[in-house]
Design a protein around this ligand. Structure first.
Ligand SMILES: Cc1ncc(COP(=O)(O)O)c(C=O)c1O
Length: 439
């Protein structure tokens, strides 16, 4: 392409061409990719994002469910600006880390102690390492298809497909990255989500080796359908009866209730992984739980069972942003946001009925997901979309995008407190037009 031809491309297309020369795929994060090229943001305000072309869209993605108050919330901006002026990171602890730890442990009586880190991936990794350190056992159990970030063990089976996922009664340990050591696959026991009977049979076969069972209470990739109380209680009971820990990955679902989605169940996880919204828009992860288990990280103990550190862990910018965001996300705000999502689920269900298309909506709390399937999927295997469903879903995503609406690329939404019924109405009306187009 000549320089003249290049200058005729959109700004985003030009930026992607530059990016392709210096980054694999042109970016550092596959989530932002879309065809023919990603779009580049310049500004976000409340529930709107503006791209380099000057196009404004309603943001239902909220940086993959991490911006609980939308973009540039004035109180968070003020608190962060004040902190940045005083310094961003020190080789000293800061008061705000203690303030934030106190706030988070007050939100849930099962959070005796907490430690902060920089991503949900790191939080999950620390849960698994803490569980191994506490129990002295090597294996972990997780649900087929569940996304828990990119730690080797946590990502096993995340992208399992019909060709490699094995038999229903014994799901295979499928690697994500080429070169994953066989020993990693051997140390991950894959169970079917929401199928207690089958899961318990599989767990029984590894009972003396399991450090923990890790469960996401509403796994996005399994269809964003909440875990049944029966499944969750069965997993917790099996873990405690067999010397393993019960770990909840609430990196996404913490937003569902004041102290996390676990408060909707009769359970008491030993450890909980958190991330996303608790950073107030900045990179974050955290791990909280029972004092006795958390103390495997106690550096004053002799020996230290799980030494844990991190250059930017609990940096004061993240701490101040996170604390401000979580103070704003009080019990009333949680309830209000969940009610707004109920309204969205109702309106979308209504649009599906009016258009009379094979589609359904799942989700709970402040998240929802559209499926181009007539029936709500019950498992990862049922939620797995065939080529035709993928094509219809992508057409819907393009239709929404072209009409000023940004969703997570599975056609899921994570609401922010910056939204009102007006944005939901616009989404439902635009979806109705979309259903008529892509039926
Ligand atoms: C349930 C769950 N766990 C862990 C992670 C990893 O978090 P991060 O992207 O901050 O590493 C994610 C990210 O989407 C997630 O959804």
């Amino acid at each position: 392409m000549t320089p003249q031809e290049t200058s005729k491309l959109s700004k985003s297309a030009q930026l992607h061409r530059r990016g392709l020369k210096v980054m694999p795929g042109g970016c550092s994060r596959n989530t932002v990719l879309r065809k023919p090229h990603p779009l580049y943001a310049v500004r976000g305000e409340g529930c709107y994002v503006t791209d380099v072309e000057g196009v404004q869209r309603i943001d239902f993605a909220n940086n993959m469910a991490s911006l609980i108050h939308g973009h540039a919330h004035p109180q968070i901006v003020a608190a962060v600006t004040e902190q940045v002026q005083r310094g961003t990171a020190f080789t000293l602890a800061t008061e705000v880390e203690v303030d934030y730890a106190e706030h988070m442990t007050r939100r849930n009586s099962g959070f005796d102690k907490i430690r902060f880190m920089n991503s949900g991936t790191e939080a999950v990794m620390c849960c698994l390492k803490a569980a191994r350190a506490y129990t002295g056992r090597p294996k972990i159990a997780k649900a087929e298809g569940a996304y828990h970030g990119s730690y080797d063990f946590a990502e096993v089976s995340q992208t399992a497909k019909p060709g490699n996922w094995g038999e229903q009664h014994r799901p295979a340990s499928v690697p994500v990255a080429h070169g994953t050591p066989a020993s990693v696959l051997e140390d991950v026991v894959v169970i079917p989500f929401n199928d207690s009977e089958l899961a318990l049979t599989i767990l029984d076969a590894h009972k003396d080796e399991l450090a923990c069972i890790m469960v996401d209470l509403m796994p996005h990739r399994i269809g964003l359908k909440p875990a049944t109380p029966e499944f969750v209680c069965a997993m917790q009971q099996w873990a405690s009866a067999n010397g393993a820990l019960f770990v909840c990955d609430e990196v996404i679902t913490l937003r569902s209730a004041y102290g996390g989605a676990q408060q909707n169940y009769d359970i008491a996880p030993d450890l909980t992984a958190m991330g996303k919204m608790i950073g107030g828009g900045f990179p974050v992860g955290a791990l909280a739980g029972r004092a006795e288990v958390m103390d495997v990280m106690d550096p004053w103990a002799e020996p230290v069972l799980f030494p844990h550190s991190g250059t930017f862990s609990a940096n004061p910018v993240t701490m101040v942003a996170g604390l401000t965001a979580m103070q704003l996300f009080d019990k009333d705000a949680v309830e209000k946001l969940n009610a707004l999502a109920d309204y969205a689920r109702d309106r979308i269900t209504e649009a599906i009925a009016i258009a009379d298309v094979p589609a359904c909506v799942t989700g709970a709390g402040s998240m929802f997901r559209l499926h181009m399937k007539a029936e709500v999927p019950d498992s990862y295997r049922e939620a797995f979309a065939d080529a035709q469903e993928v094509a219809r879903l992508n057409s819907m995503l393009d239709h929404l995008f072209d009409n000023g609406i940004m969703m997570i690329n599975t056609c899921s939404a994570a609401l922010s407190t910056a939204m009102t019924a007006a944005e939901i109405d616009r989404l439902a009306d635009t979806m109705l037009a979309g259903f008529r187009k892509v039926r």
